[in-house]
Design a protein around this ligand. Sequence first.
Ligand code: PGA
Length: 253
Amino acid sequence: MRSKIVAGNWKMNKSLEEAKALTSEIMAMVADEVKGDTKIVLCTPFPYLLSTKNQLGTNSRIEVGAQNCSEHDSGAYTGETSASMIKSIGIPYVIIGHSERRQYFGEDGKLLAKKVDKVLASELTPIFCCGEPLEIREAGTHEALVKKQVEESLFHLTAKAVQKVVIAYEPVWAIGTGKTATSQQAQDMHAVIRTYLAERYGKEVAENISILYGGSVKPDNAREIFSCPDVDGGLVGGASLKSRDFVDIIKGA
Ligand code: PGA
């Protein structure tokens, strides 16, 4: 179902005490300041998922997400965490295929298709990331690459299943660099993705899918980017580690 979503990706940051403090600051500011129905997600490191969820309590409008999961169900995979484990602790979202996982952990489209399947099989929502590196943008083949990423990992899904996926377009050259895509660049790529989904699944299905923008989203650029017709919110890295910035970004959605 298409909705506005702002998700914070904490990556590998914060101690437990710091995570608790950040969560309580965000909770208080959201309760005081955030109107509307934007969904808010905190994607914390694995050790803090459950404590963050418990801290938020059942009444909070803020939800929790994991940053990765295994492509396997269970068994001898030391160090891995399955989608069903994440489900069993009541965490509804899982980021899949972040560019850092593609780049540093060699995750490719085929593997990510399996991870998406596991997340959906556990009735969780995958936040599936795609996006081109700088050299691809400069070569002008960015649209083809992003379409390929979407096709490889999502186009095996049924129309019913694909509507449960949230897509995050994150140009790699904008992640953690302070260099944001312009709102026009974001809108153009989001429209490319939505049109491609429409070609595969029909317009109605494509219109139902949330497509988030990620890459140096900050309080001073969030409102403009989020106001683009095909941008349904953001996946926020660095700025999600500061409560004031993150809540200001949510207010821009
Ligand atoms: P950034 O990260 O906001 O720090 O650029 C975004 C992301 O990696 O999801």
